[in-house]
Design a protein around this ligand. Structure first.
Ligand code: ARG
Length: 586
């Protein structure tokens, strides 16, 4: 089936061509949901956008379009407003037919893309020579959500973790491994090196306190970079130790599995970056270092800023590795869209490497490299989120605390409702609520802003929170279950009747999932999906307040129950795309 937007778009295409000639084929009618019901359901802004090109007043253009626009099957006669907006109000029988058509569809009317791409999402990409802390939360949650949505839209998605697994920070860990666990290097078996956090902390302590140890750490870096075998073995052991500890957290978060292709992976490809840039004539020697002078980036004196590709001592850096990754992703992995959910503080870094990638001819016009920046996670009062002793809060603690809070809330609720539940039920429910609350609190913000991490807010049963959404699902699902209808048996044969205003409003919203996901696919802003789901549950509540469902007469009863079922399934699908599983009871 075709979505509402797709229907409207093809009507506009025909009208534009008929009114202004074949040159206008493919013009975007710029349809947006109307901000106010008095403008109908959708507004087309195309007349304004064409004014310059057609050298006519937008209002006159709008009139010509409307003359040729045949939307009679979908809408009431279109009207023109203001400088040239075309207002469209959907017809009830069109909405009814659309709902009937999506009823048996597991994708709920969301069409797969007509232009599937090979996409890479670069996440969660932590630096592993450190304990995982709150700073690692956003790339994991946002990256996972973006990957899920693009996959659902029909793209081929590769999740690649560009882990920081190379370079100076490893010297300290290698030196500590040698000192504290010499036997680890003599056996091929995996030794128990204890908790990763303890390992890191002890290594750091030694480093801060002992000059000889610092020297050993420096030496280890040199040997690592020279490819010394024993040092490489030690490095591998440290990486595995990190990986295992990080995996525990990813499992807890329920983050889709990704491939680890860390900085070390690109080591052997770094010289090619130099050769290639040299051949393109982009490389300039500046104070002994090999640089590319950037366009649009200047230093304090107003001179072009150099991006260092190879240091004067021959060493490479973060940018070099990322350039090698760009080259590899285009040439070997044949990626057409590469997305980097990384903090906003790296905005310049990405702008710079993308620029070099383009100028070197690696990133062709049709290939899109995007940095999707995000803000910080702050503590109450807008300060950095830290433990009492001033360190970044380990991610594991943060998540366990969220589950503990969810558990306290559940116990209180059970007591109030005088309910008995098994331990298994309680632990499953509190884990889902706790983790989902953290994820949803993150995803429901515009990702570019900072947000304040508050257990109380994210776990509230009211407002745009995970518990509210999970509860909405349980409730809607409960209503449709009480109807005792086998929805699968209906297989799209059930006519839908829409009468009440609240019923129509709900129906229209249900039919907007497709366009919401298309928006997220373009803008990579998951909060749009959260907002859509939140509004869906509100519109459902208004509908359920005004319209009787279970007590209604047929054919109204079944028709309304289908609306309930569609609402529940939309919530479930939408939440799953955010990486949040639903509960049948809570
Ligand atoms: N490891 C980096 C950090 O923690 C993030 C890497 C992001 N991905 C990339 N291709 N640069 O800051």
């Amino acid at each position: 089936m075709k979505s509402t937007i797709a229907h409207l778009k093809s009507c506009f295409e025909t009208a534009l061509v008929n009114a202004f000639g074949p040159d206008l084929a493919g013009t975007d009618p710029i349809l947006t949901p109307a901000s106010n019901p008095k403008f109908g359901d959708y507004q087309a802004n195309v007349a304004m956008s064409l004014a310059k090109r057609l050298k006519e007043k937008p209002r006159a253009i709008a009139e010509k379009i409307v003359q040729k626009l045949d939307v009679s099957e979908i809408c009431q006669p279109p009207t023109i407003a203001g400088p040239g907006f075309i207002n469209l109000s959907l017809k009830t029988d069109f909405l009814e037919a659309q709902l009937q058509a999506i009823q048996p569809d597991p994708r709920l009317g969301v069409q797969s893309t007509s232009d599937p791409k090979r996409v890479i999402v670069d996440y969660p990409s932590p630096n592993i020579a450190k304990e995982m802390h709150v700073g690692h939360l956003r790339p994991a949650i946002i990256g996972d959500c973006i990957a899920r949505i693009l996959e659902f839209q029909g793209h081929t998605v590769q999740r690649i973790s560009h882990v920081g697994d190379w370079g100076t920070p490893f010297g300290m860990l290698i030196a500590y491994l040698r000192e504290a666990y010499p036997e680890a290097l003599k056996t091929t078996e995996t030794l128990d090196l204890g908790e990763l956090s303890t390992f890191y902390r002890e290594a750091k302590k030694r480093f801060d306190q002992n000059e000889a140890f610092r020297e050993a750490a420096r030496l280890a870096v040199v040997k690592l970079q020279a490819g010394d075998e024993e040092t490489l073995r030690a490095w591998k052991i440290v990486c595995q130790l990190s990986s295992r500890a990080y995996q525990v957290i990813y499992d807890l978060l329920g983050i889709g599995s990704f491939i680890e292709k860390g900085e070390s992976f690109y080591n052997h490809l770094l010289p090619d970056v130099i050769t290639d840039l040299k051949q393109q004539g982009l490389l300039v020697e500046d104070e002994g270092a090999q640089c590319v002078f950037l366009e649009g980036f200047t230093n304090k004196e107003g001179n072009p800023l150099p991006l260092i590709i190879q240091k004067s001592n021959g060493g490479y850096n973060y940018a070099t590795t990322d350039l090698a990754a760009i080259r590899y992703r285009v040439k070997e992995e044949k990626a057409q869209r590469v997305i980097y959910p990384v903090g906003a503080e790296q905005t310049n870094h990405f702008a710079q490497i993308f620029q070099v990638g383009k100028r070197a001819g690696w990133i062709a016009d049709k290939v899109e490299f995007v940095h999707t920046p995000f803000g910080l996670v702050l503590g109450e009062g807008g300060k950095k989120l830290k433990t009492r002793s001033g360190e970044a809060i380990p991610l594991k603690e943060l998540l366990e605390e969220a589950i503990a809070h969810a558990s306290a809330d559940l116990e209180a609720r059970l007591k109030e409702e005088d309910r008995q539940e098994t331990e298994a039920f309680k632990s499953q429910v509190t884990k889902v609520i706790g983790i989902s609350a953290v994820k949803y609190a993150d995803l429901s913000q515009n990702r570019t802003s900072n947000y304040i991490f508050s257990y109380d807010k994210m776990l509230a049963l009211q407002g745009n929170t995970a518990p509210y959404m999970l509860y909405a699902y349980v409730r809607v699902q409960g209503i449709s279950r009480k109807g005792e209808i086998d929805f699968e048996q209906l297989s799209g044969e059930q006519p839908i009747h829409l009468e009440e205003d609240t019923e129509l409003t709900l129906a229209k919203h249900l039919l907007q999932l497709d366009e919401t996901l298309t928006e997220v696919e373009t803008d990579l802003l998951p909060n749009r999906l959260c907002q859509y789901l939140f509004e869906l549950s509100q519109k459902f509540n208004q509908f359920y307040d005004r319209c009787s469902v279970l007590q209604a007469e047929e054919p109204q009863r079944t028709s309304r129950l289908v609306l309930c079922d569609l609402t529940a399934r939309t919530l479930k699908l939408g939440l799953s795309l955010l990486g949040i599983p639903v509960l049948e009871r809570m």
